[in-house]
Design a binder for this molecule. Structure first.
Ligand SMILES: [Zn+2]
Length: 156
């Protein structure tokens, strides 16, 4: 293996080379705009199949069962926590280290489950907990961070 030159230091190394990549760009929400902007308002928007009537949230552009067309409709935002995990770290595009609890939430009326942040610590994030979609605390640096659930009993 050929060693990398370490610019400025005058010596070579076989170890990892620290690199930094910065990229700024505008990314459209595309066909998910109703879902993602709804999350920012604390609203759960799903897509319902025009053929089998199954509702999906997160939405699918076509029904995974029969490839039929879909129509938007709003769910209550109430759901059930299926499982959770927690860690201390940063959210994408943020620098503040924080305690983060993530969970898989099955929204009432939806066939599938969604990954979301939970406004509770790991001790309270038990399977079966009833939760309600709510407006996520700022900053939100990626649209998916707006998926924020609180225990049903703590929602306004
Ligand atoms: Zn279908």
């Amino acid at each position: 293996m050929t060693p990398f030159a370490d610019p400025g230091s005058g010596h070579t190394s076989n170890g990892p080379v620290p690199l930094q990549l910065k990229l700024n760009y505008q990314h459209s929400h595309g066909w998910l705009v109703d879902f993602l902007e709804g999350l920012r308002r604390g609203e759960a928007w799903a897509m319902r199949c025009s053929s089998c009537n199954t509702s999906w949230c997160p939405p699918h552009r076509q029904c995974p069962r029969d490839r039929a067309t879909m129509e938007w409709h709003r769910l209550s935002g109430l759901g059930t926590l299926l499982q959770a995990t927690a860690y201390e770290g940063t959210l994408p595009f943020q620098t503040e280290v924080q305690k983060i609890t993530l969970g898989m939430v099955h929204l009432d009326g939806a066939e599938n489950a969604m990954l979301a942040r939970l406004g509770v610590d790991m001790n309270a994030a038990v399977a079966g907990l009833r939760v309600q979609l709510a407006c996520a605390p700022e900053p939100i640096t990626h649209p998916a961070q707006a998926a924020w659930f609180l225990p049903e009993t703590e929602t306004p």
